[in-house]
Ligand binder design. Structure first.
Ligand code: NAP
Length: 316
C-alpha cells in the first residue's frame, strides 16, 4: 500500500489523552480522518479541525484504508474490533475492506493481538499491534516510541505514518511482539515509579529543596524520563493524568499474567501492582501514575499536596 495524504484514508477510534493528540497530527499532515469515540464530546475538537465523525467502529472501517485504535483496555479493543452485540454496533473487522490495515495502538494483551491478527488474516486484512511509550508529552510532541508486532510488509508500508506519530518505531516481530515489548517497558516503569516517589519523599522529609535536588539528580546516573517529566508535577502537587493509574494497573495485570504463563517470578512488579491497587482504592484510579506519591506519603504520615508547595520541602 502506498501511503500519502491524497491517497490514504485514515480511520481513528479513541480520542482520549493519547488518541486526540495522535489523530490531530494526522489531520495536521493533511490526511482525511474518519473518527469515532465512545463519548462524542471528547472528539469535538478533532471534528472542528476537520475529522469526519461516524457513530460506529464498523463505519470507521468502511471509510478507511488504515484504521487505528487507541482505546483503553483489552475489553474495549475486543468490542471495537469484533463489535458489540448488546449495543448492536458492528466492529472494525466487519467493515474493513480486503487489503486494509488495522493497527491497535492501545496497550493490550499479546494473546489478543495474536487472535486479532489471525481473524484479520482470514479476511485478507493486515493487523499490527503497535503500543506506544512516551506519555501524554510524547503524544503531543509526536516523539512516541512505537513498538510494533505483526505483518512486516504492513509495518514497512506505514513508514510515513509512524514518522508523523513518533520518533522511534521498531518492528519487534510477529503478532503480539509489540505488546510483549510494551510489557517489558511497563515492568521497567513500575520500578522507576516506586523509586521516584520514595526518593522525593526522602528529600522532602530531610528538609531539602525539592526543585534544587531535582536539578542535581535528573542529569546523573539516576536520571529517567519519569523523574524529569513527572518529578516536577509531583513537586508541584499536580496529579492530573498523564497516564491514569487505572490504565497502569491494567498493564501490570497483563504483564503479571504473561509472567505467570511463562513461569517466571517478578516480585518487584507484583509489589508495585499491590501499591497501585492501594492507591486506586484510596481514590486515585483516575489520577496520574505519579499520584502513587500521595499514597506513599500517607503511609509515612505526610500530607503531600499543599505541604510540598513550591518544592520547599517544609516539615509537616
Ligand atoms: P483515555 O484518555 O482513557 O482514552 C481512551 C479513549 O478511548 C477514551 O476517549 C475512550 O472513550 C475511548 N474508548 C474506550 N473504549 C472505547 C470503545 N469501546 N469504543 C470507542 N471508544 C472507546 O486513555 P489514554 O491515556 O489516551 O490511553 C489510551 C491507551 O494508551 C491505553 O491503553 C493506555 O494504557 C495507553 N497508553 C497511555 C499513555 C499515557 O501516558 N496516557 C502512554 C502510553 C500508552 P471515552 O471518551 O468515552 O472515555
Amino acid at each position: 500500500m502506498n501511503i500519502s495524504p491524497d491517497k490514504t484514508r485514515i480511520g481513528w477510534i479513541g480520542a482520549g489523552v493519547m488518541g486526540a493528540s495522535m489523530a490531530g497530527h494526522l489531520l495536521d499532515a493533511g490526511y482525511k480522518v474518519t473518527l469515532y469515540n465512545r463519548t462524542k464530546a471528547k472528539a469535538e475538537p478533532l471534528i472542528e479541525r476537520g475529522a469526519n465523525w461516524v457513530d460506529r467502529p464498523v463505519d470507521v472501517a468502511k471509510a478507511a484504508d488504515v484504521v487505528f485504535l487507541m482505546v483503553s483496555t483489552p475489553e474495549d479493543v475486543r468490542q471495537t474490533v469484533f463489535g458489540d452485540e448488546v449495543l448492536q454496533k458492528g466492529g472494525v473487522l466487519a467493515g474493513a475492506k480486503t487489503g486494509a490495515v488495522v493497527v491497535d495502538m492501545t496497550t493490550s494483551e499479546p494473546s489478543l493481538a495474536v487472535e486479532m491478527a489471525e481473524k484479520a488474516a482470514v479476511r485478507q486484512i493486515a493487523f499490527l499491534d503497535a503500543p506506544v511509550s512516551g506519555g501524554d508529552v510524547g503524544a503531543r510532541e509526536a516523539t512516541l516510541s512505537i513498538m510494533i508486532g505483526g505483518d512486516e510488509a504492513a509495518f514497512e508500508s506505514l513508514q510515513p505514518i509512524w514518522k508523523i506519530l513518533g520518533s522511534t518505531y521498531i518492528h519487534q516481530g510477529g503478532p503480539g511482539a509489540g505488546q510483549h515489548t510494551k510489557m517489558v517497558n511497563q515492568t521497567l516503569v513500575a520500578g522507576v515509579m516506586i523509586s521516584t516517589c520514595e526518593a522525593l519523599l526522602y528529600a522532602y522529609k530531610a528538609g531539602l529543596d525539592l526543585e534544587t535536588v531535582l536539578k542535581s539528580i535528573a542529569t546523573g546516573a539516576a536520571g529517567s524520563w519519569t523523574l524529569s517529566n513527572l518529578g516536577p508535577r509531583i513537586i508541584a502537587g499536580d496529579f492530573e493524568p498523564g497516564f491514569m493509574i487505572e490504565h497502569f494497573l491494567k498493564d501490570m495485570r497483563i504483564a503479571l499474567a504473561e509472567a505467570k504463563q511463562m513461569k517466571i517470578s517478578l516480585p518487584g512488579l507484583a509489589l508495585c501492582e499491590q501499591l497501585y491497587r492501594g492507591a486506586a482504592a484510596q481514590g486515585h484510579a483516575k489520577d496520574g501514575t505519579h499520584a502513587l506519591m500521595l499514597s506513599l506519603a500517607e503511609m509515612s504520615g505526610i500530607a503531600w499536596g499543599a505541604k510540598a508547595e513550591g518544592g520547599k520541602g517544609k516539615a509537616e
